[in-house]
Design a protein around this ligand. Sequence first.
Ligand SMILES: [Zn+2]
Length: 295
Amino acid sequence: MTVANDFESLMSGMGVTRMDDTKGRKPKASKRKVAVKSAAKGAPKKPAVKKDSERVAELERALLHIKEERSAAEAKVQTLKKRVKRLKGKLAEAELELAQPRSTVAQTLSEWGFETPDERAQLLADSDWLERVIGEIDLSNAEALKEELATTWVSVCSNCECPGGKRPLVVASDRCSICGGFDLQTEARKFVDAALINGRLRIIVVGRESSDHRQVRQWVSDKRLVLTQLPGSVRRARETVQTDTDHADVVVIWDPESVEAAHLEIYRKATRVGEISAGSLGSFLSEAAALIGAE
Ligand SMILES: [Zn+2]
């Protein structure tokens, strides 16, 4: 009747079948299957309710677990934040340190008393010291090494004798820690003469170390003098300090910083008193002679 039917009969006459004929049947079959399945599922209704309550409990447990995990994560975040803050502080410190101008080995050694190339060569000619100096990552801040060098090496000129147990660093006489460029014999003579001529025989020399006093004694040894030598480190009773001061003709304070403050106060009230800064034996004898002989 219709054009479509005519077309189909024509096509079937040619042996061609319509494709959606087979396709069209399939959805019908699958629909039936679905229907059967849902009918089978829908049948036991009661167990489904039971599963719902189980599911709620399950979800509650899961929720609790998530909450716990969240608290743990939050605590972890707090710890990490603190750590970041600490690391940022360290970074700032390191950056500040890097920004500081660095010194060369020569500059640092010069600041430590090895002033000339020749003096630095004397130190570095010793393989042990060379290794220790070049082995420092940051020499300018190597305080322990600086301290050790200062206590081991003594600047002496070619005319002076290096104290026992020390390493001599041969320097020009004006930088000699012993004579300081002075003629020690002449200065020692001046010291004794100033005391004898002025009748100021009871002299107290206070301050510095025993080794410094030993050097003084080596040069000033006139038996007419009553020379009381008191290294700064020696502990003394306040009364003794007062008595000594009262009976002394002259009190010479050698390096005031090495004397106990309370005692320094007493010594400074002596009738004849003077202060000499830490330096060579030569400069001490010269200045002390002037103090003793002063008007
Ligand atoms: Zn000297």
